[in-house]
Design a protein around this ligand. Structure first.
Ligand SMILES: NC(=O)c1ccc[n+]([C@@H]2O[C@H](COP(=O)([O-])OP(=O)(O)OC[C@H]3O[C@@H](n4cnc5c(N)ncnc54)[C@H](O)[C@@H]3O)[C@@H](O)[C@H]2O)c1
Length: 350
């Protein structure tokens, strides 16, 4: 592979404009932005003009015909992730697909099969792994500081934060609600920190208590409460290969004091939590808390930029991206199993 790559963007909405396009522009010594495609052709034209991207299409298949494109970012709603990703892989492009990987695990598996068949790389946009504190905690865990990590708790709770834009509360477009929208970020982060074990079984519950009401405060303003057909809160206990357990909570609306994003990990030599990073140890005579200093509070845009840079480097150097597609599949399997378990009231095996 040459030391520069051509990039195309499929889906020219919020995430493409906020993070992917600026992120690739920041890698201009390695990346040439070649084309953008969106079913809304005018949107593709406007975005191309604004960012000086040479070509715009209303059909991504035309973008995929361009030989000078090596990498494609799939930034459509989840309902289109699988088709766009597989088409791109079959066209010989490496793909960075936004989270969630797909609508469900069956789709995610087909994407992995297509990547293997094509010999091209596939990664998923789980940028939370790239914060300074997540990287530091991974280093401590891999160095044995926490010992055997047998319990994790992953939380992404909003007190009132139902997305009022886009189609995030449509099951048909997204495959689910806060679980598949924001829960997947903390799920992926916790699983990665725990060594990416396979999920084994799930006991989960999903609730819709606010989505269809018109008398509820929402910090993102009014939404279409009649079209809302996903959950607004999920909780689950997830058993992992090797015996560890991960508990998850995520909401767009929940009667709690304040929003909370956190990952807690407990091992037999120490524990830790993120946001901010703290480590809890014991020397036999006393409890010792570590309060690491000097870590930047990596912002959202920077985490995305690092995720894009990691993928570009993996393509140029023929290495593995940090976020492997199998990890996206594990998250999708857990999401499916939580919804299944919630419906049946039973443990869902994976
Ligand atoms: N990693 C993160 O933190 C993060 C944050 C926000 C959104 N996302 C993800 O990014 C994806 C897009 O979200 P968004 O907020 O940008 O949505 P959006 O609605 O703002 O943009 C999506 C764009 O895709 C276009 N589109 C739809 N179907 C298409 C198709 N078949 N071909 C080409 N274009 C198509 C739409 O017209 C729209 O312009 C979702 O999967 C979402 O979950 C990730």
């Amino acid at each position: 592979m040459a030391d520069t790559v051509g990039v195309g963007i499929i889906g020219a909405g919020s995430i493409a404009n906020m993070t992917h396009i600026p992120g690739y522009k920041g890698l201009s010594e390695k990346v040439r932005l070649i084309a953008v495609a969106d079913v809304l052709g005018e949107r593709a034209d406007e975005v191309a003009a604004e960012h000086k991207i040479p070509m715009a299409f209303d059909d991504y298949n035309r973008l995929l015909e361009l030989e000078e494109i090596d990498i494609v970012s799939v930034c459509t709603p989840p309902v289109a992730h699988m088709a766009a990703t597989i088409a791109a892989l079959e066209a010989g492009k490496h793909v960075l697909c936004e989270k969630p990987m797909a609508m469900n695990a069956a789709e995610a598996q087909l994407m992995i099969d297509a990547a293997e068949e094509s010999g091209c790389k596939l990664a998923i946009g789980f940028q939370s792994r790239f914060s300074d504190s997540a990287v530091a905690l991974k280093r401590l865990i891999d160095g044995g500081e926490l010992g055997d990590v047998y319990y994790g708790r992953a939380v992404y709770n909003r007190r009132r934060g139902i997305p009022s834009w886009g189609m995030f509360y449509s099951r048909e477009q997204n495959g689910g609600g806060p679980l598949i929208d924001v829960g997947v970020h903390v799920l992926d982060l916790a699983l990665w920190l725990m060594g990416s074990p396979k999920p084994v079984s799930v006991l989960g519950s999903a609730y819709r208590k606010f989505g269809n009401r018109d008398d509820v405060f929402n910090r993102f303003g009014p939404w279409n409460h009649t079209d809302y057909d996903v959950e607004d809160f999920t909780t689950a206990m997830i058993r992992l290969e090797g015996g560890a357990t991960l508990n998850l909570e995520c909401s767009w609306a929940l009667n709690i004091e304040e929003d909370l994003q956190s990952v807690v990990l407990c091992g037999d030599e120490g524990g830790a939590q993120l946001h901010p990073l703290k480590v809890f140890k014991d020397d036999g005579k006393m409890l010792i808390d570590w309060d690491p200093q000097g870590l930047a509070d990596t912002n959202y845009i920077e985490m995305h930029a690092r995720s894009l840079a990691n993928f570009v480097d993996a393509v140029i150097n023929d290495g593995d991206p940090l976020v492997r597609p199998e990890h996206g599949l594990h998250v999708a399997q857990i999401v499916d199993a939580i919804y299944r378990s919630s419906e049946t009231g039973q443990l869902a095996e994976i």
